[in-house]
Ligand binder design. Structure first.
Ligand SMILES: [Zn+2]
Length: 133
C-alpha cells in the first residue's frame, strides 16, 4: 500500500502518518500495548518489516527463524489494501496486555485477540483464544 508521510495514518487515528505511527517506526517506544498494536498495523500497511520483527517477541510462534522468508512474507502482505482497523477490547496490567481488534484487509476481515508482554518495552507475542481473557 502506498503511504506517504502526509497520508492519513493507516491506524485510523485521523492524524497524518508523520504525526502518528511514523515516530514509533523511527524508534520511539509505544507507551502501551494498544499503541504498539496500532503501530504494528501501520507498519504492515507501509511495509516496515523491521518494525514488525523488532516488536515481535522471540518467544512468539510467529517469530520466523528464516529472516529472509519472514521479510518477504511481510512485504508481500503489505501489498494488501489496509482499509480499516477497529479496536474491540484493550486490557492491560503491568507487564501483560490483550488487544482485540478487527482489521479490514482487502476483502477479508481479520479478527484477533493479541497477547503482548512488557519487558524493556512492549512486545507482541501471539493471537490467543477468547477464554484467555
Ligand atoms: Zn497511527
Amino acid at each position: 500500500m502506498k503511504i506517504s508521510k502526509n497520508s492519513k495514518c493507516p491506524c485510523g487515528s485521523g492524524l497524518k502518518y508523520k504525526n502518528c505511527c511514523l515516530k514509533y517506526h523511527k524508534g520511539a517506544n509505544p507507551k502501551n500495548a494498544l499503541c504498539l498494536m496500532k503501530s504494528r498495523y501501520s507498519a504492515y500497511a507501509v511495509g516496515d518489516y523491521k518494525y514488525i520483527i523488532k516488536t515481535t517477541h522471540k518467544i512468539s510462534p510467529y517469530y520466523e527463524k528464516n529472516m529472509q522468508k519472514w521479510i518477504e512474507s511481510i512485504r508481500d502482505f503489505s501489498k494488501s489494501d489496509f482499509k480499516k482497523l477497529e479496536i474491540i477490547d484493550f486490557v492491560e496490567n503491568e507487564n501483560e496486555a490483550f488487544v482485540e481488534f478487527r482489521a479490514y484487509i482487502d476483502d477479508f476481515i481479520m479478527q484477533e485477540r493479541s497477547y503482548f508482554i512488557k519487558e524493556d518495552k512492549w512486545y507482541y507475542v501471539k493471537g490467543v483464544e477468547n477464554e484467555n481473557k
